[in-house]
Ligand binder design. Structure first.
Ligand code: FES
Length: 141
């Protein structure tokens, strides 16, 4: 009887270990990795004079991209570069002075408003200030 119990215990333990060995990688694959959330409210997006009129620069704002646009009349505008449809990165199109998302032809004006395409919401806009040689972009509160 003791021998049979030992064999049952061994087989049961082996079965549990085998199932765990199969499930562990599946669970690890399905769960998102733990990343530190980098929250940033202010960033130096560019140096003054770096952007020619009617051009733009994509900059890093925390973990997401932002886009700084120097309009043809020299006004600086900063927005989130993350499309509100499926999070592709938008780019500035100088000919039309709009922001264009190449993934599904989404288009935004420089105020972040949706002009065409599938994006459901406007882009987040940021405050822009010139501080000495730096162009500083901040989240609006
Ligand atoms: S991700 Fe931008 S339009 Fe679809």
């Amino acid at each position: 009887m003791k021998r049979r119990s030992a064999i049952d215990l061994f087989l049961g333990g082996s079965l549990i270990a085998t199932v765990a060995a199969f499930l562990y990688p599946v669970v690890r694959y399905l769960l998102p990795p733990k990343r530190p959330i980098i929250s940033q409210d202010t960033v130096v997006a560019a140096k003054t004079g770096e952007l020619a009129p009617n051009s733009a620069k994509v900059f890093r704002f925390g973990t997401a991209p932002g886009i700084l646009v120097n309009t043809p009349d020299g006004k600086l505008v900063a927005l989130s570069a993350v499309c509100t449809h499926l999070t592709c990165t938008v780019r500035f199109e100088a000919e039309t002075e709009t922001l264009y998302c190449p993934c599904h032809n989404g288009r935004f004006d420089l105020g972040g408003n949706v002009l065409s395409g599938p994006p459901p919401r406007p882009l987040e806009t940021f405050a822009v200030a010139v501080s000495g040689p730096d162009i500083v972009v901040s989240r609006r509160r």
